[in-house]
Design a protein around this ligand. Sequence first.
Ligand SMILES: [Zn+2]
Length: 61
Amino acid sequence: MSNCPVCGKSIQKESKSWKYGKFDVKEYICGCGVTFRDYYIGEEFKFTLRKEEGKGFIKAR
Ligand SMILES: [Zn+2]
């Protein structure tokens, strides 16, 4: 579960998840149209990136 970094809506289930080096990544797609990815190391939340048209993924929190 996570919440959208733009509109704040909570989202129960990630769309997909995968390992990226030492990170566990969970990708969410919000109803407001934002795609974002939460990065964890183990259980510990580290940061969020969100998709920005024309820029790719940028730091969101
Ligand atoms: Zn949203």
